[in-house]
Design a protein around this ligand. Structure first.
Ligand code: PEP
Length: 248
């Protein structure tokens, strides 16, 4: 099973449901649809309508984040995993580098994962090193720390997906070399095994400048279980072309 996850970030208004509709129609008719799962992550403002639309359809909906407290609270502008689940949204992205940059520590992210899992949301947990860390050969130690400090063997591994997103690759057009990427993905899988000790492997996705052209570079890398796609996911054509080119 491969994942194609579109992260819309701060993009989309109610009429953007037309994009979701086109993606869904493609998946519904695609003969290869059993091979993959498509998830779209719109902003909070569209979660309700998109989740309603997606009921009984192949494309699922993800939130882009959730708050570090659950239930209801007096935090202005905050949205909890409980509130997201109430919309019948199925997934939540936690730990995107945008949010880490704005102050989400590994401990805060651990709380978010706990709340998300408690509410039966599936977690798309993002990790990745920045340019400086990569240059200093710290990639593995950074990823290990991000995983060890936010995930725990007590968590339900069946509801966790990990997305490896090197920060230097997000939105830059820069892509890791094949051999480097394979080594890193295998390392992440090794760490996940050491945390969860489960035979059921947690899917590990790649994210960073994936588009309809670059996807061709990844399709022979069997270790990658799917893709988290930012910029190219905001156009139905670009997003659909990524899936088509992956299986072509
Ligand atoms: C992202 O923000 O998660 C991402 C991968 O962005 P892009 O595809 O635009 O590099």
């Amino acid at each position: 099973m491969r994942y194609f996850i579109g992260n819309w970030k701060m993009f989309g208004v109610p009429k953007s449901i037309g994009i979701l509709n086109k993606i869904n129609n493609f998946v519904q008719k695609d003969k290869k649809r059993q091979k993959y799962k498509v998830i779209v992550a719109p902003p909070f403002t569209l979660l309700d309508s998109f989740s309603k639309y997606s009921n009984n359809k192949p494309v699922s909906i993800s939130s882009q984040n959730c708050y570090l407290k659950d239930g209801y609270s007096s935090n202005t502008g905050a949205i909890s995993a409980f509130m997201i689940k109430a919309l019948k949204t199925k997934y939540v992205i936690v730990g995107h580098s945008d949010n880490r940059k704005e102050g989400d520590s590994n401990l805060i992210l651990k709380n978010k994962v706990i709340h998300a899992l408690k509410n039966n949301l599936k977690v798309i947990f993002c990790i990745g090193e920045n340019n400086k860390q990569k240059s200093a050969n710290q990639t593995f130690s950074v990823l290990k720390k991000q995983l060890y400090e936010s995930l725990s063997s007590k968590f339900n591994a069946n509801n966790i997906i990990v997305a490896y997103e090197p920060i230097w690759s997000i939105g830059t057009g820069k892509i890791p070399q094949d051999n480097e990427l394979i080594k890193t993905i295998n390392y992440v899988k090794k760490i996940l095994y050491s945390i969860f000790k489960t035979r059921k492997t947690i899917p590990v996705l790649y994210g960073g400048s994936v588009d309809s052209r670059s996807i061709k570079l990844f399709k022979d890398i069997n270790e990658i279980d799917g893709f988290l796609i930012g910029g190219a996911s905001k156009s139905s054509k670009n997003f659909i072309d990524i899936i088509k080119n992956y299986y072509r």
